[in-house]
Each structure stands twice: as structure tokens, then as C-alpha cells.
Ligand binder design. Structure first.
Ligand SMILES: O=C(O)CCC(=O)C(=O)O
Ligand SMILES: [Fe+2]
Length: 266
């Protein structure tokens, strides 16, 4: 069983690696701030930039999310518990949010990390509030994709402490070696993208040196992350959490079908 999962995982990873190499974007300079941030994501899977946006801009963005939810012009999605309210196409309805959507520095970091031209498919505007049994943003521990690398940027628009549903990431779990080791040591399947709390604990116990980081941070902080690593938004217990998330895709992964799938949500 494990052997066939390992072979399956290996062949998918090889396939994606070849595809990425064929579409590789190169950069003239291997230095500078964007380069350093990209290298940090390569090492840890995560890079946190505090004070990236001012408190005033964040407050104005929160007001934009509230306005869009109230206006009902943009499509509003809500989870079953009523804890997670999402505007998948928020960048289309707000000039201010559009600024985050097109932020050149965040795009450059991502392009350097993935060594590929990127498309920002959309900017999710999201409001989280505590409700009984909420699983947090993203619905519990998961990898967004198992075989393809990913890049997202999350901007906190409100202060987020441990009780406000912070982003949580297993450092280093974006590394493809953890796909093989979790199949061998933890009985994961090749495609496994949803991971129970128990399985994350077992993963951490059997992977020495790996730990999960809770990204408690003040508003204006940007979290740059490879979401092919193991992550979740923690369940929210108190207050509210407003955030924006840019969904980037390498151009060669972003096909018409995917584009249409998202557009239905705007
Ligand atoms: O909003 C968060 O804290 C994480 C949600 C998530 O799983 C994601 O954006 O991939
Ligand atoms: Fe996710």
C-alpha cells in the first residue's frame, strides 16, 4: 500500500517538476529584498512581514469588506456555522482592495519563489467571527495542493492573537520530502490533502525538528506562504478577524477551466 502511494506521489511530483522547469522564468539579479524573502519561503515555507500596510489603510479595507457584504452586489459565501463570510471577488468591487491585488512587491517575491510568471486569480476578502464548532478559515488542517507548489499572501486587517483565528503553519512541510515521509511514517495516502488534528500531531511527533507556528500578529502584517505545506486558520474563539488573501497561480497552471471555476464565485 505504502509502496504504491510512494510511486504515485513520486510520479506526480516528477511530472510537476518537469512542467515547472519547462516554464521557468529567470531573473537577472539574485539579490535584494524580494530575493531574500523568496529564499525564506523556500527554506521555511513561510515569511511574515509586519507593518506592511498602515493601520489607517487596514481600517479602510475593513470598511470596504463590510460595505461589500451589506451591498450584496458581490457574491457573498458563508460556511454552515455562519462563522466564515467570504467575498471571493473582492478586488473587483473595491479600488482599495485592488491595490493589494496588484501589489508589485508581493508578486515579485512569488515569481522569484516559484520561478514562474504568476496570475493573481482573485483576492478573497474574509470576515471571521466565533460560532460553536467553527473549524477556522480553510476548514481545518490541509494542504491546498499536494504536488504543485503554491503561493498566497494573506493580509491581516485586524489585530490577530491566538484566540482570533490566526493562520497556523507546519514549518518546512512545503518540502516535497514530507510527502514521502508522511506516507511512510504516518500512513498518509499519496493525494491526501485533508489532515485530521490527530494526524497532524502524529506527523509532528514522527518528524523531529518540525513545529507548527501560530501567526499571531498585528493588523497590517502580511503572511507569505507556500500553501502546499500543512496549514489551517485556527478556530476563532473571540473577537473578529478580517483579512485579504491573494490567490496566485503560475501562468502555466492557470487554465480556462480554473478561471471559470473561480469566476462563478465572484
Ligand atoms: O485564512 C487562513 O488563515 C488560512 C486559510 C487557508 O487555508 C488558505 O488561505 O489556504
Ligand atoms: Fe489553505
Amino acid at each position: 500500500m505504502a509502496i504504491s502511494s510512494l510511486i504515485k506521489a513520486w510520479s506526480y511530483i516528477q511530472f510537476e517538476t518537469v512542467k515547472d522547469k519547462l516554464n521557468k522564468k529567470s531573473f537577472e539579479l539574485s539579490s535584494g529584498e524580494a530575493f531574500e524573502k523568496a529564499e525564506q519561503i523556500r527554506k521555511d515555507g513561510l515569511c511574515v512581514i509586519p507593518d506592511y500596510y498602515s493601520s489607517e489603510v487596514c481600517d479602510a479595507m475593513v470598511a470596504e469588506i463590510d460595505r461589500l457584504i451589506a451591498e450584496e452586489k458581490a457574491n457573498v459565501w458563508q460556511d454552515d456555522e455562519g462563522s466564515d463570510t467570504r467575498l471571493y471577488g473582492s478586488h473587483l468591487y473595491s479600488d482599495l482592495i485592488e491595490r493589494f491585488h496588484t501589489d508589485p512587491f508581493l508578486i515579485e517575491i512569488g515569481e522569484r519563489y516559484l520561478r514562474s510568471e504568476l496570475i493573481n486569480s482573485h483576492t478573497l476578502g474574509a470576515k471571521l467571527i466565533p460560532k460553536m464548532n467553527n473549524l477556522g478559515s480553510g476548514g481545518g488542517w490541509h494542504r491546498d495542493s499536494v504536488f504543485k507548489k503554491q503561493y498566497k499572501s494573506i493580509l491581516y486587517l485586524t489585530d490577530v492573537d491566538e484566540e482570533n483565528g490566526p493562520f497556523q503553519f507546519v514549518m518546512g512541510s512545503h518540502n516535497k520530502s514530507t510527502i514521502y515521509s508522511s506516507i511512510k511514517r504516518n500512513g498518509f495516502t499519496a493525494h491526501q490533502n485533508r489532515i485530521s488534528n490527530d494526524s497532524v500531531n502524529t506527523f509532528l511527533q514522527s518528524h523531529q525538528g518540525f513545529e507548527s507556528k501560530i501567526c499571531a500578529a498585528s493588523k497590517g502584517t502580511v503572511i507569505l506562504v507556500d500553501t502546499s505545506g500543512i496549514h489551517r486558520g485556527m478556530p476563532i474563539i473571540k473577537g473578529s478577524r478580517y483579512a485579504l488573501t491573494n490567490y496566485f497561480y503560475p501562468k502555466h497552471h492557470f487554465n480556462q477551466r480554473q478561471k471559470e471555476k473561480f469566476q462563478k464565485l465572484f
